[in-house]
Design a protein around this ligand. Sequence first.
Ligand SMILES: Nc1ncnc2c1ncn2[C@@H]1O[C@H](COP(=O)(O)OP(=O)(O)OP(=O)(O)O)[C@@H](O)[C@H]1O
Ligand SMILES: [Mg+2]
Length: 249
Amino acid sequence: MQDLSITYRTTFERRPTLKDAVLRLGRGERAVREVEAVKHVSFDVPQGTVLGIVGSNGAGKSTLMRAIAGILPPTSGRIEVRGKVSTLLALGVGFNPNLSGEENVLLGGLAAGYTRAEIAEKYIEIAEFSELGDFMDMPMRTYSSGMFSRLAFAVAVHMDPDILLVDEALSAGDAKFKAKAAAKMAELVSEARTMFLVSHALGTVKDMCNDAIWLNKGQLMLRGTPEHVIAEYTRFVKVGESAYTLEDM
Ligand SMILES: Nc1ncnc2c1ncn2[C@@H]1O[C@H](COP(=O)(O)OP(=O)(O)OP(=O)(O)O)[C@@H](O)[C@H]1O
Ligand SMILES: [Mg+2]
């Protein structure tokens, strides 16, 4: 990833004030707001890395993940991804809430380019892993958020990804499923797959990752071991931005 920047451009109708409304007969004004969500970020990730990504709300973590997933094109700079990416993003997972879990898995498999026979085989593994039982026949809108994330995780890890992107998606799982998910991720890592894990659970990042970055307001603040990055990020949050200096940046 080299010098990656992503800017969101949002146009919205500015709400007319009462005076404006009277003067201009209620016509709203179009305003444009630009948000530079990721600013000149460069880093490389060797195969087999489990990269933790930490940072405050709005730091640009999910934006970065969407860019790696190819959902969001870079505004400038470039990303090079080698291998098949499987995503588990908290927002925008491609499930249709009106279809059952089973139908969603079958459709997702077809969309991912698997044959019917391959999907049938994978479906058994996915259903078993997610432990949703009869709920696989129910429309996904009837799922609890934990059930939803169990199925999303089961699908993502069974699609034979070279690179797995996980964005806060495990936060809804219960303790038992979290442990199971962690074991599955460790298994994928042992097969030299690469993983990106965005999480506010700093303990999880410390336990599962072997490398980490910290984003702040779209900028890459630090890259290092999870222990070091989390220690610095935590210090930054405690002392506040103005008092913070990072000697070796
Ligand atoms: N679709 C969008 N359109 C416009 N602005 C957006 C959009 N998505 C995110 N942003 C803005 O981009 C910035 C980065 O957002 P992003 O979702 O990447 O943060 P994050 O690090 O994932 O935060 P969180 O920890 O809350 O998940 C924020 O200022 C946000 O308001
Ligand atoms: Mg996010």
